[in-house]
Design a protein around this ligand. Structure first.
Ligand code: NIG
Ligand code: FE
Length: 394
């Protein structure tokens, strides 16, 4: 992760949206003739960002709740009293698929302007079969409208809906019996068929305990879903070891992961995904210990966690800036965490996330001579151009 693989005065040969070769300009010029040349002299070029954890499709906002949070009301207390995820659930249930699609598209366009060319998007604000399927339909429509690659994730186990208050087991049974099979059926008939489709759950105090989380993830695995897990955001319930034991592709948050679980994760092929915008937005100065995760051998990725409650943030460069300042990543580690490792965190490590022959030509031209400016600056956009599969989209 320490090596950003910088080539001074480099060039990239692209054909049919795929990278053919990368190297010093003189060598590339000697070996290829181009129908079109783009001159980026003096500007840094890097892979498009991969945002491997977002909740981009929802209705409404949580601005009023943000004010309460800043006055000291804890996140989990707001959820317990029927707000938080459940307030977004109410707005989302009342929205049409088209409304969900249009609002998410507006957010995705802004992400593209900020350099994100591949994004994971979770369901989880429907919490009943009909609305979870609406969220999947909106993700499908979004994939048809925007150039970014989308990896969908089913997160029916995001909160316990009011119909099942006090009966999380009953809701878990509904997920197993009805929602997961419906999600699998949607995927097979969608634009995203044949691409990865994950199942995720929120393993947290007063949400889903370790046994309920295991039930959901095991049911998903039976249906061939690859797995992800929200674990250790506020209270550690053993989610990391569970996710690793089930062969999850990633385990995300990791803010309060105990030493023994960090060691399990570091020794596993499961990707550690940290989400520093959540700590920042909740006004906390405590961040996941990404430095120790890397030093102990974990593969680490970073993501926005874009969502209305804990991270209203669409910017991967801002996440990189946070990770450098508060989690002590080097600029090269932050870039790798936001590109190649993030691609592996959503099962696309062989297609996107680095500038290498055979990969999709997803790249950014920066308004800066050196990629480190990306993390040095914050609060404005240093992405000058975005190229997706060889085409300028910004
Ligand atoms: O990743 N932690 C659970 N889910 C989201 C927050 C969702 C919300 O508050 O709306 C997260 O932080
Ligand atoms: Fe999340």
């Amino acid at each position: 992760m320490q090596d950003a693989g910088v080539i001074e005065g480099g060039a990239i040969a692209i054909a049919d949206g795929i990278i053919v070769d990368v190297g010093p300009s003189a060598a590339i010029r000697a070996n290829y003739t181009a129908g079109r040349e783009v001159d980026a002299t003096g500007l840094a070029v890097c892979p498009g960002f991969v945002d491997p954890h977002t909740h981009l499709v929802y209705a409404g906002d949580r601005v009023a709740e943000f004010e309460r949070k800043m006055q000291g009301v804890p996140y989990l207390d707001i959820l317990r009293s029927g707000g938080g995820i459940l307030s977004t659930m109410r707005a989302t249930r009342a929205a049409t698929v088209e409304e969900l699609t249009v609002t998410a598209q507006h957010r995705l366009r802004q992400m593209e302007q900020l350099g994100t060319t591949t994004v994971e998007i979770k369901t989880g604000y429907g919490l009943d079969t009909r609305t979870e399927c609406n969220l999947l339909a909106a993700i499908d429509a979004l994939a048809g409208r925007e150039p970014a690659d989308i990896v969908p994730t089913f997160l029916g186990a995001h909160a316990v809906p009011p119909e099942f208050a006090g009966n999380a087991d009953g809701y878990v049974a509904l997920i197993e019996d009805e929602m997961l099979p419906a999600a699998a059926e949607w995927h097979a008939a969608s634009r995203l068929a044949g691409k990865p489709f994950y199942c995720d759950a929120f393993c947290e105090a007063n949400v889903f305990d370790a046994a309920q989380t295991r039930t959901v993830l095991e049911a998903a695995r039976t249906l061939d879903f690859p797995l992800k897990l929200h674990a250790d955001e506020f209270v550690s319930l053993g989610g990391v070891s569970l996710a690793v034991a089930l062969g999850a592709t990633s385990v995300d948050h990791l803010d309060v992961t105990p030493d023994f679980d960090r060691a399990v994760l570091a020794a596993s092929p499961t990707m550690a995904v940290v989400l520093p915008a959540v700590n920042f937005h909740l006004g906390s100065t405590h961040f996941a210990d990404a430095r120790r995760l890397i030093d102990e051998g974990a593969a680490l990725a970073i993501a926005t966690d874009a969502n209305p409650g804990s991270a209203p943030c669409l910017s991967m460069p801002f996440i990189m800036a946070l990770a450098c300042r508060y989690q002590k990543l080097t600029p090269a580690e932050a870039l790798n965490a936001a590109t190649i490792n993030a691609a592996y965190a959503i099962g696309l490590g062989d297609q996107v996330g680095s500038l290498a022959p055979g990969k999709q030509a997803d790249l950014l031209i920066l308004d800066a001579p050196d990629f480190r400016h990306l993390v040095y600056w914050f609060g404005h956009n240093l992405v000058r151009n975005v190229i997706k599969r060889g085409q300028f989209i910004v």
